[in-house]
Design a protein around this ligand. Structure first.
Ligand SMILES: *[C@@H]1O[C@H](CO)[C@@H](O)[C@H](O)[C@H]1NC(C)=O
Ligand SMILES: *[C@@H]1O[C@H](CO)[C@@H](O)[C@H](O)[C@H]1NC(C)=O
Ligand SMILES: *[C@@H]1O[C@H](CO)[C@@H](O)[C@H](O)[C@H]1NC(C)=O
Ligand SMILES: *[C@@H]1O[C@H](CO)[C@@H](O)[C@H](O)[C@H]1NC(C)=O
Ligand SMILES: *[C@@H]1O[C@H](CO)[C@@H](O)[C@H](O)[C@H]1NC(C)=O
Ligand SMILES: *[C@@H]1O[C@H](CO)[C@@H](O)[C@H](O)[C@H]1NC(C)=O
Ligand SMILES: *[C@@H]1O[C@H](CO)[C@@H](O)[C@H](O)[C@H]1NC(C)=O
Ligand SMILES: *[C@@H]1O[C@H](CO)[C@@H](O)[C@H](O)[C@H]1NC(C)=O
Ligand SMILES: *[C@@H]1O[C@H](CO)[C@@H](O)[C@H](O)[C@H]1NC(C)=O
Ligand SMILES: CC(=O)N[C@H]1CO[C@H](CO)[C@@H](O)[C@@H]1O
Length: 846
């Protein structure tokens, strides 16, 4: 048995000199290439491994060789984690044809196929064969993929002839692409083992159903559905609200062409080993390796509750674990028949009489949407979606879901679960008479509460107007604490955690959501706002770290008493952020308004802000390419939510690296809404006399004319994107040909060498194709003309759509401005516009 020490280990890159700009990227690639051939991670053409030999991936993550399952003497070729004790098998070649002795040999045959045989020429398993001149190689890479390719493409999954991850067994690993054929409506299939000691094809399988909007389905031996994930909405599978948590956040759907899409899962934390599988008794499980306890832990198992079982309550039934004695109930307008099936109480009129307008729709919130939907691409909004459904008598329900669009259901509504939190809204077709009753009583309730709210709002407003003149705003808050609670904020913390109760304050008549903290509890949480707990300086005051008695970590932002614009920004931020909820926005937990003190309380994010990593020579190496790409995507989604998907239409106006916070898993969260503005439904542009923002990130039209729109945020995003890729600050960048990063990027772009923009410290982790695509998108975003810049929804689409062809950017500089003016903007002076002339003032960096 040969033993070649692994040449290509992970530390290779950090030994290189930091400044690599001189060494061309391609030279580097060729070095890597030479290394990758001379290890024992691959089997070269004509070579074999025999039972007992293994090959190991370059970073020693995975191994490939012969194994026997527990309690079995049969021999299989498979892949397992190299460093984890006990073989955790992630792939099996000959699952249905085991070798019974130790005579197996595995390698590349002369006809160019991978195959497994015994010494006597019996073939147990083989892949397709590929014409070659005997120059093939098969390499095991660190993602657990075994790749057959020509020698020059060793280990390259993009140029593979055959790869194990396209022929999976039961395990789905990070970075594996799960291809589906949209036309045929199927996908690659994961099939369970028959038992814990038998890898042959078992009863259960897991696939993606791409119809409508893609969802993951598990099947039993008679191809009945056991479980489904719910439709993919570009962020999560809507039937798995737990996915909002960190662990499951890395899924992406990529459209390759009209026929083909794939799902890919990027492990948000690569030091954490993780896998999904369909186990031999039919559950989909997610496992993570616990380094400390040295064991695998199931973090998810589906289906695990009664209501997760497919169609537990039948057509038109709703499953809710809290329902007793049975978890099932019928939707409004339906009732149980003698067989315990939900049937329609009043027949629909549509189609049965001349007037087809007599049916209506009932709204239900918080549901897992029913199975088998049609995604109608014609509808751009909820009203159009309703019309499409309304005009088609066989349409039983519709929903307009952000990230999916218009869904309609022609068949019965099946497999519906009601969630305590999250879930989607659906509109169900019912006869008018069924709606009438419900509507009337609802209307009464709504009328009463609306009146209540208006009266209450009026009182609050009057009191506020009155008090403001005498004592200032803060006293009102103190008063309000004792008044009856009319508005119940949805975000409430455990009272024992040092809060004084759930708050329901209003600013200018608008109810606020969140928890009211007492000054005392925040003082004790932050050690009296001790300097050692200070995290930094936000837009209008210092931010301190605190720990609530329950152990929850918080960040407290305190309005400085001497901050001039502060109170306005404070209120702005409080109103806005309380209404926003998104994975990529920082979350407000509550606030404290007592005496002179005004404070906002946020979730604490351990990794501080993006700039502390990006612009620090030591820290920046921690952000490898994948992390940076995920950060770029996350920011883009956060902004898209602000611009399009939240109930409000919000322009942030101060996007910059220091306003992007990072959580423990490096998920980016946009913060600091002090300068954000809400736009009305049809408003597209606004003007301001007071130009606020940060130099280097302001779009030309905003800096020059004070005119801002969603496209000014797109500009700032573009700057941010180029900073993330280059690791350079826009406004402190200097090179021989330009005084700022944007111009430098543009020059490189024009000269056809955009790759030189990439931060040398990520070159070796970098996916060149993705990075170039990102730079291209960045260039589009920083175009001078707002009209030419893409919207955030196109940005998100372009970032995710590999291989989509993009328009070419027009000049980032401008023709109508002279060079000096342009430079001022790009170098990031703050420009104050008054009615007659333009004054340019240097700003001290914020
Ligand atoms: C490859 O290297 C590993 C140790 O890194 C060793 O256990 C294994 O036997 C080697 N395989 C071959 C085919 O040389
Ligand atoms: C192997 O057999 C033993 C004894 O029958 C049993 O306890 C154990 O669970 C089996 N292991 C597996 C993985 O099936
Ligand atoms: C291979 O063939 C020889 C002679 O026919 C036989 O003795 C031996 O058992 C065979 N080995 C295997 C693994 O089948
Ligand atoms: C390639 O050769 C192997 C063994 O020699 C054989 O099993 C396989 O069928 C061949 N493949 C093709 C496509 O001819
Ligand atoms: C490998 O074989 C293919 C197919 O015959 C040929 O086109 C290619 O040039 C060969 N590559 C090398 C490096 O020999
Ligand atoms: C997808 O399925 C259709 C219909 O069966 C087929 O014509 C097409 O070739 C398939 N596309 C791919 C890439 O397999
Ligand atoms: C698989 O299906 C067969 C036939 O329905 C059944 O007898 C067997 O118990 C099933 N196995 C498992 C693990 O469910
Ligand atoms: C009406 O809806 C059904 C079910 O969704 C669909 O099959 C049918 O094509 C629709 N008819 C029209 C005219 O759109
Ligand atoms: C990733 O997981 C490891 C092991 O659990 C942990 O120590 C590390 O802090 C995590 N990294 C990040 C960036 O969260
Ligand atoms: C298992 C295997 O193919 N090992 C190869 C590793 O690299 C050396 C040198 O290139 C080859 O001779 C071995 O065959």
């Amino acid at each position: 048995m040969n033993f070649y020490p692994p040449f290509f280990n992970m530390n290779f890159s950090s030994n290189r000199p930091k400044n690599l700009q001189l060494i061309s990227f391609f030279f580097l690639l060729s070095i890597l290439h030479v290394f990758s051939q001379s290890n024992n991670s691959s089997i070269s053409h004509g070579n074999v491994i025999r039972d007992g030999e293994i090959i190991v991936s370059p970073g020693e993550v995975f191994a490939l060789g012969f194994f026997s399952p527990a309690n079995s003497s049969l021999r299989y070729v498979g892949i397992w984690y190299y460093r984890i004790p006990g073989q955790t098998i992630t792939w099996v070649a000959n699952r249905d044809a085991p070798v019974s002795g130790n005579s197996g040999v595995f390698g590349i045959q002369n006809n160019g196929s991978l195959s497994l045989s015994d010494g006597n020429g019996t073939i147990y398993w083989s892949s397709d064969s590929f014409p070659s001149d005997g120059n093939l190689t098969a390499m095991l890479v660190d993602t657990g993929n075994f790749i057959l390719s020509t020698v020059e493409n060793a280990g390259d999954d993009q140029n593979a002839l055959w790869q194990s991850c396209e022929h999976p067994t039961d395990t789905y690993l990070p970075n594996m692409r799960v291809y589906m054929n949209i036309t045929r409506g199927d996908s690659v299939s994961f099939v369970s083992w028959r038992s814990s000691s038998d890898p042959s094809r078992g009863n259960y399988s897991m696939e993606v159903d791409p119809r409508g909007s893609p969802q993951i389905i598990s099947w039993d031996e008679s191809r009945r559905r056991i479980w489904r994930s719910g439709q993919w909405n570009q962020q999560i599978f809507t039937g798995v609200p737990q996915m909002r948590s960190i662990f499951l956040s890395g899924f992406r759907l990529v459209q390759v062409n009209e026929d083909v899409m794939y799902f890919i899962f990027n492990n948000p934390n690569r030091t954490l080993l993780m896998r999904f599988m369909i186990n031999w008794n039919g559950e989909i499980e997610q496992w993570t390796w616990d380094e400390r306890r040295m064991e695998w832990i199931t973090s998810l198992s589906l289906p695990s509750t009664e209501c997760q079982k497919y169609n537990r309550c039948g057509s038109y039934g709703i499953c809710n674990l809290r329902n007793t004695p049975s978890v099932c109930s019928c939707m409004q307008g339906f009732e149980f028949n003698s067989d315990n099936q939900c049937i329609r109480r009043t027949p629909l009129e549509c189609g049965s009489s001349s007037s087809s307008t007599n049916d209506g729709f009932l709204r239900r919130d918080g549901l897992k949407l029913p199975d088998i939907a049609t995604n109608t691409l014609d509808a751009q909004n909820q009203d159009q979606c309703r019309d499409i459904c309304s005009n088609n008598c066989s349409c039983n329900a519709y929903a307009f879901v952000s990230g999916i669009g218009c869904l309609t259901w022609g068949g019965d509504l099946i497999d519906i679960e009601e969630f305590d939190e999250g879930g989607e809204t659906i509109f169900i077709r019912l006869a008018a008479s069924e709606l009438g009753g419900g509507k009337a009583s609802h209307t009464a309730v709504i009328a009463i509460s609306v009146t209540g709210i208006i009266v209450f709002g009026l009182i609050v407003w009057l009191v506020w107007r009155y008090r403001r003149n005498i004592k200032g705003i803060s006293n009102l808050w103190r008063q309000k604490k004792n008044s009856p609670q009319l508005f119940q904020g949805p975000t409430t913390l455990d009272n024992s955690a040092g809060t004084t109760g759930s708050a329901d304050l209003s600013v200018e008549g608008k109810p606020l959501e969140g928890t009211l903290f007492s000054l005392i509890s925040l003082e004790s949480a932050t050690d009296g706002f001790a300097n050692k707990n200070k995290l930094g300086q936000g837009g209008f005051g210092p931010v301190h770290k605190g720990i609530l008695p329950g152990g929850q970590e918080i960040a407290v932002k305190r309005l400085s008493k001497w901050s001039g614009q502060g109170m306005m920004e404070f209120k702005n931020e409080m109103i806005l952020i309380a209404k926003l909820q998104h994975r990529n926005l920082v979350r407000l937990l509550g606030y404290c308004i007592e005496g002179e003190e005004n404070m906002l309380v946020y979730e604490y994010l351990p990794n501080k802000s993006l700039d502390t990593f990006l612009f620090d020579a030591q820290q920046k190496v921690l952000l490898d390419w994948k992390t940076r790409f995920l950060i770029i995507e996350g920011i883009a989604r956060g902004i898209l939510y602000l611009h399009r998907d939240s109930r409000l239409r919000i322009i942030h106006r101060d996007l910059k690296a220091s306003n992007i916070l990072l959580d423990g898993d490096m998920i980016p969260k946009i913060s600091d809404f002090g300068m954000a503005r809400i736009f009305g439904g049809n408003q597209h542009e606004a003007n301001t006399v007071r130009i606020v923002g940060t130099y280097g990130y302001m779009s030309p039209e905003y800096a020059m004319e004070g005119s801002f729109s969603v496209k000014s945020d797109v500009y700032s995003f573009g700057v941010l994107l180029l900073e993330i890729i280059s690791g350079e600050k826009n406004n402190s960048f200097r090179s021989h040909d330009s005084t700022n990063l944007i111009k430098h990027a543009w020059n490189l772009w024009k000269d056809g060498k955009p790759e030189e923009l990439i931060d040398p410290s990520i070159l070796d982790s970098c996916n060149m194709k993705e990075a170039l695509q990102c730079i291209h998108v960045g260039m589009l975003c920083v175009q001078f003309s707002a009209v030419h810049r893409p919207t955030m929804s196109s940005v998100v689409y372009m970032l995710e759509g590999e291989g989509t062809s993009l328009p070419l950017p027009t000049q980032v500089g401008d023709m109508s401005l002279n060079a000096a003016e342009m430079d001022l903007i790009m170098e990031g002076r703050e420009i104050t516009v008054s009615s007659t002339d333009v004054t340019v003032t240097e700003v001290i960096g914020r």
